[in-house]
Ligand binder design. Sequence first.
Ligand code: ADP
Ligand code: MG
Length: 394
Amino acid sequence: MDCLLPGAPGPNAQPTMLGVMGGGQLARMFVHAAQAMGYATAVLDPDATSPAGRVSHLHVKTAYDDAQGLAHLARHCAAVTTEFENVPAPSLAWLAGQRPVAPGAAAVAICQQRAAEKAHFTRCGVPCAPYAVIETQDDLRAADAALFPAILKTAQLGYDGKGQLAVATLNALAPAWQQLGQVSCVLEKRLALRQEISVIVARAGSGDWVHLPVQQNLHRDGILAVTQVPAPDIEPVLAARAVEMAGRVAASMDYVGVLCVEFFVLQDGTLVANEMAPRPHNSGHYSIDACDVSQFELQLRCMAALPLPAPRQHSAAVMLNLLGDLWFEPGRESPSTPPWQRVLQLPGTHLHLYGKAEARRGRKMGHLTVTAADAQGAREVALEAAMRLGLPAF
Ligand code: ADP
Ligand code: MG
């Protein structure tokens, strides 16, 4: 595919328009990166107040499988990407018949189904947690006792720990499956985790790929809370192994675009793939402020077939996720603005707010990246920022 350059200036010139399926914060940050390079952008999202729709040149407000909406997007855009894995695969496949689409529908289809995802990890020799697919009453009865204590996860549409239940014993499995609506699930052994890490790779159509440094992630209640880069507790050999595995996972799907692979590090240092996302990832947001190319610019470069030099991290970084809870002081019903001034007094703080219409508990409203010359410095400032925001230490 030829490079899709932004377009020549001139009184009647139209900048090249790039499209994204989905209008949440990931699409918004993609739009920012694309516009900074001179592209115009289009977002398809049914929500009139979507964070990316609000900052894009064109906002197609239809369902993700609406034929007219898709045709509208294809007509205006030179290429299309996605910000979430739950875009209907047939929609991406249809778009791919009109325009370059990265990542492709087949790869997205793997990433949107946990069982398919685990089968893919296994196919490329990347270990994942022991699991069983639960789709029928017979599957319940056949579940291996060695999987317990376990976590039952819906195979599709889960995120931020939603659609997951802890299942202590075989007896508790049937009621848990009932509670999840008896949809297709995976039953996964609960592992003792030493750390959680993630790797973001960007892969071009030529097969060349680059990666961001390994991120160390802390989750609270199933939601990402803190990302530290460089990863404070990960030995270089382990990091290198994770990068190699993520590259292998991408290559074996013929992947084009940005892919994030989440890994568990077990007590004995074993690496186990958890899940993957066919898009930029919350754990890569630090790259906007701490790397010479962000994960969103990488997404842009992949879809527009631009060159893909290796990213370099120029500052140590700690990212704190800012959930809607921050807007609700204890004992108060109505939302109030968090103390940004006190946070922004601290050196190296970069506040990103996603422009969401309403703050709700557990909703991702923004993130704060702290950059510093070294990891120790970033951590100290991030701990102070967390304290000023009333967030727990890490
Ligand atoms: P989501 O799609 O909601 O991110 P994940 O499968 O990544 O779902 O699970 C969210 C978090 O729950 C993980 O980051 C991890 O902290 C914890 N978790 C998930 N699966 C396991 C497991 N098998 N063993 C231990 N902890 C797990
Ligand atoms: Mg996850």
